[in-house]
Design a binder for this molecule. Structure first.
Ligand SMILES: Nc1nc2c(ncn2[C@@H]2O[C@H](COP(=O)(O)OP(=O)(O)OP(=O)(O)O)[C@@H](O)[C@H]2O)c(=O)[nH]1
Ligand SMILES: [Mg+2]
Length: 305
């Protein structure tokens, strides 16, 4: 059997576990994860290289993580949904992921409606089965089988890695023969400086309350790789002065906390010492600004160089 390869888009509701799954499959943190919905804002590719086994071919799977499917109410949200639609085009396989521990609701229906409009094979992943009583799994699989003609329904736990072997095997089998699209040691298509900005955003999301995550964006001002050190300066944007005060905290304590955690992650990721500077700025209504939102998109930025 020849080498197989292809692009596999992962779509689903916010918080279903798309990014957790991507990271676990790739074996490296290429996408940020938090318990807050709408964490992911751009589509992210993660590569998985598979070696040949008895009865199955070797291959390379390019998984594409996407923002959670939701009804957009701002330019930022529209841009996020645009990223989902981009991932629905030109891929070899679609993988829908649902939180098996949650009831099927209007959000899931919205996902299903999108799936029905798409062409090609579709897998359904029932994620978070670690949270589901065992006897509920089979009825749930039957319930989903009635909703759509999924090519496969695979129960997984993205956090425990349950079901991964079956998943990889079935994905490889569903892909066409093709080339290795990326070098074997490349894990993601994102530039390091974009991942660095994302890591800072993750800390902001983790360290702040309910409303702030949606109102914050992180822009890389400086990324300078020296021999032993990487110098990074980023600005965290928010929409109001009150939010700025929360982000900075008493005597700068919150900002310092976020900076320390981000720096530790970055040093691990980059394998070098990191000198990280954080700034906070207010930019009213940035979520409605087309130019600002384009500035957040590294693909657009690379095109404009
Ligand atoms: N118990 C359990 N929790 C999980 C599993 N997979 C993901 N989670 C948790 O679910 C939450 C959301 O995970 P994400 O990977 O950020 O979800 P997402 O679908 O990428 O979310 P958005 O980017 O906001 O659309 C996090 O708190 C994860 O730790 C799983 O298999 N089991
Ligand atoms: Mg995500």
């Amino acid at each position: 059997m020849g080498f197989r390869s292809g692009f596999v888009s992962i779509i689903g509701r916010p918080n279903a576990g798309k990014s957790t799954l991507l990271n676990a499959l790739v074996g490296e943190k290429v996408a940020i994860v938090t318990s807050k919905p709408q964490t992911t804002r751009n589509r992210i590719q993660g590569m998985v290289n598979v070696s040949a086994k008895k009865g199955s071919s070797a291959g390379q799977i390019v998984f594409i993580d996407t923002p959670g499917i939701h009804r957009p109410d701002s330019k930022l949200n529209r841009k996020m949904m645009h990223e989902v639609h981009e991932a629905l085009e030109g891929r070899d396989l679609l993988m829908v992921i649902v939180d098996a521990a949650e009831r099927f609701g209007p959000g899931d229906q919205q996902v299903l409606d999108l799936v029905k409009k798409s062409r090609g094979p579709v897998f359904l992943l029932l994620n978070k089965i670690d949270k589901l009583p065992k006897e509920k799994l089979l009825p749930l699989m039957e319930q989903y089988a009635r909703l759509y003609n999924f090519q496969e329904i695979i129960p997984v736990s993205a956090t425990l890695g349950d079901g991964f072997e079956v998943l990889i095997e079935k994905v490889i089998r569903a892909l066409p023969e093709g080339p290795r699209y990326f070098p074997q040691d490349q894990m993601t298509d994102q530039p390091a400086r974009f991942i660095a900005a994302e890591i800072v955003r993750e800390k902001v999301l983790l360290k702040t309350g309910k409303e702030l995550p949606y109102a914050t964006a992180v822009i890389m001002d400086r990324y300078e790789e020296l021999e032993r050190l990487v110098r990074i300066a980023v600005t965290i944007y928010c929409e109001r002065n009150g939010q700025k005060a929360i982000l900075i905290g008493k005597g700068g304590s919150k900002l310092k906390e976020m900076g320390t955690e981000a720096r530790k992650d970055l040093e691990r990721l980059l394998g070098k010492k990191v000198f990280l500077e954080l700034f906070v700025k207010v930019k009213a209504d940035w979520r409605q600004s087309t130019t600002f939102i384009e500035d957040l998109d590294w693909r657009k930025k690379l095109e404009n160089l």
